[in-house]
Design a protein around this ligand. Sequence first.
Ligand SMILES: C[S@@+](CC[C@H](N)C(=O)[O-])C[C@H]1O[C@@H](n2cnc3c(N)ncnc32)[C@H](O)[C@@H]1O
Length: 507
Amino acid sequence: MASHPPVSDHSSSALNDDFKPSPREAFHTNPDLCRYMLRTVTSAVPLAIRSALVSMGSGLFVGNAVEEGREIYRSEPMISCIDADKDTECQKKGWSKFHMEECKILNQTPKLRPYHLVLHRLLFWQRRKFISTEQGKALDYLETHFLDYSDDEDRATEIYEQATGIRDATRKTARMDLVWKLVPAMMTNCIPIRQAAQKESIGAALDLVTSVINHSCDPNAFVFFEGNQLRVRSLKKIAANEEITICYTDPTISVAMRQEILKRSHFFDCRCTRCRAEEREHAAILKDQKGQSSLEILHQAQRDLVALMRSTALAHKYPGLHPDFENLGAVETQLRTISLRAFPVSSWPDHIEPLPSSRLALAMFHLERGKRVSALRNALWGKLASHRRGGPEWVNEMLDVFRVLISLGSPPPPSPDEGLIPELIDIRTVAYGYLYELCKQAAKFFGGDSEYTMGIGNMYATVLEKTQTGSPKPGTEEFEKMFDDAQAKLMKWAHVPTGYGVVLSPQ
Ligand SMILES: C[S@@+](CC[C@H](N)C(=O)[O-])C[C@H]1O[C@@H](n2cnc3c(N)ncnc32)[C@H](O)[C@@H]1O
């Protein structure tokens, strides 16, 4: 970042242009600090901060084996901030005691991002000496990628502009060296605040222990928020002394997009087993295209599909903004055109993202427009074709499919111009079975005590109550048979290949 005059030594005015933070030490080299950090969480298993196996620096490890679908730890993050446009809600919930003070500053900060809120809170605390010695020490150990940003003129400018904007918003009371270091530190270590039921983040948080967890695209754990409490739970069995990993990106996006995001935000090339397997699979599939496609064409098509769905979502939310994307029939045509570009010889494989997610998103747009039959076709296709068979994303997506099924099972019946629909009894049986499975999976991944699981459980109890006495109930062999038949009929109707259906868990 040599071309910028960025940094003060601890005064606000004396800037010099060769600031470099002192080399960062890894957390695990300071056992006292690690002990302090681990005391900030409530853990269900012993935890340890050690030299990482999947990256440089430190990582978080479990001391004992953890079964799939168990809590690892929960904590109140050091700082949690809700996005400016969600803050009315946040004040009601008492998220931000500092709202008045922060609001003044935030209004002056250009291009506000969620982690800016965290940064402003940190600076505010620092001025008021609210940061304990241990917390201050832990902040010094956070990964900043300062030198990686320095090596890239554009990225360096980006950080510099953010740092000066933030410092100016504090009326230059903040120490520039601190701001300069904390901007990239927050970009690297803040985690999005996502409640169980939400796909989108509503803010950002800094949690010291969670900032030690490294990434995998096939992670063994995930993070979600219950109110302002952070929870980390296992996605699969973790052996004693194994490193905990979480996915820093949306795990449902394509390998190329995950890699792009990780490279840009965390400066590493992910070499996890999932990435390598998917890269090999894509290369093999493209061989069938007789030289008419390539990995570059596929990656561009994947980006185009994501952009198409983003524009459609915007057009849906703000009518008139993108009139070209308001007609869902036209969007489906564009989707087919993009798919054909990458797979001109045989069709785009059902499970390769972002096709399944795009189909599911289309289903929800159709549903909101009252086109319930088109919604069902897209929902079944998108959900069942995807290779995801568990995890928090599976639960959220299945809840969407359930909503589509329920809408079709409720009056009024769809108009005949929407085309033939499956028998109502089959729709209801499948909805009932999916709700049963949702209960099981939500309890497993989010925990029985999460509001989300309890909400789904209440829905299931209501449906169960309304079921006529004597009718087969989920968990029985009789129901399972009925469900399998009904699901097969729906899949046939939606042209979903056999073998993709949901298999109900035992009682
Ligand atoms: C939130 S920190 C995780 C803790 C970090 N290892 C440390 O010692 O502070 C995120 C940074 O860890 C590194 N990292 C995490 N997962 C990685 C992976 N799978 N491969 C390479 N580096 C990784 C990257 O530098 C990333 O920006």
